[in-house]
Write a protein that binds this ligand. Structure first.
Ligand SMILES: Nc1ncnc2c1ncn2[C@@H]1O[C@H](COP(=O)(O)OP(=O)(O)OP(=O)(O)O)[C@@H](O)[C@H]1O
Ligand SMILES: [Mg+2]
Length: 262
């Protein structure tokens, strides 16, 4: 995916270091359960931010709050300075949900064109970029197969392509590499690196430590609060063991003993 056909890549430029996502004091509750408890967060252009944390920590909820698909109980989110939720921001955000949101009765290619059209692309441009993205995720040979007949990993790959169509400048990926083999995973990360170099602001949730190492900054979430926020190198210096696992285990222990979330 070296170029796009709709001119949007030029629009966003390769400026880096501009604050793109700005969230303040996000609080989210489901019924009586407080899932996010006062999250402050910034993501800049040209930055890959990894969100880590145990299952149920609130990663998916945080992402949905940031892109405006979930309402907040308290706090605010701005993307490009625009208060979220905002319909006009939606075609600038590429979102890959943890659960694939694809149309089973459409072919893989038709799904991509559909998402491109939703983002306001012209038909020709949407088709051209769909072919490019199908090639990127190694699905060119399966373009005309219905998604109902795709394997789990093929659906993940198609979901990534759907998130990238329209060349959004904010890219939010919820566990994008689950079910993806190591070779393709490497290829995905090369693509994330290219998108970063183009100045995109990228957020990725993952449970995989070697992926976490590739992020510019890591946010460790647990019980709806941020325990750590820093570059992998800086975080690793916090413990004599020098590994991210050790940092996260020690932070979690500290949170429990200090009763920070109770
Ligand atoms: N729509 C919802 N209604 C009620 N509770 C919800 C809803 N969505 C999430 N939760 C609860 O919020 C908490 C955080 O869920 P979330 O999906 O954000 O976790 P996660 O960190 O993404 O976990 P995982 O790593 O398993 O994907 C969980 O206790 C979950 O049950
Ligand atoms: Mg999740």
């Amino acid at each position: 995916m070296k170029k796009t056909n709709d001119g949007k890549s030029e629009k966003a430029g390769a400026e880096t270091g501009l604050n793109i996502i700005h969230a303040q004091d996000i609080y989210k509750q489901f019924g009586d359960e407080a899932v996010l408890r006062g999250i402050d967060l910034n993501v800049s252009s040209g930055e890959i931010v990894g969100i880590l944390g145990p299952s149920g920590a609130g990663k998916t909820t945080l992402i949905k709050c940031l892109i405006g698909t979930l309402g907040l109980n308290r706090g605010s989110v701005f993307i490009h300075g625009v208060a979220m939720p905002s319909l006009c921001m939606m075609d600038r955000i590429g979102y890959m949900a943890q659960q694939d949101a694809l149309y089973d009765d459409l072919t893989g290619f038709q799904n991509l064109v559909f998402y491109g059209r939703l983002k306001g692309m012209r038909k020709r441009a949407a088709k051209d970029q769909s072919h490019e993205l199908m090639a990127l995720v190694e699905l060119s040979g399966d373009e005309s197969k219905k998604v109902a007949h795709y394997s789990g990993g093929m659906k993940r790959r198609l979901s990534l392509a759907a998130a990238l169509i329209g060349d959004p400048d904010v890219i939010v990926l919820d566990e994008p590499t689950v079910g993806i083999d190591p070779v393709l995973r490497e290829l995905f990360w090369q693509e994330f690196g290219r998108l970063k170099a183009k100045g995109r602001a990228i957020m990725i949730t993952t449970h995989v430590m070697d992926e976490a190492e590739k992020c510019d900054r890591l946010i460790l979430l647990r019980d709806g609060t941020i325990l750590e926020n820093g570059s992998p190198e800086r975080l690793k210096q916090k413990t004599p063991k020098g590994t991210l696992e050790a940092v996260f285990l020690e932070s979690a222990k500290r949170q429990i003993t200090e009763g920070r979330t109770v």
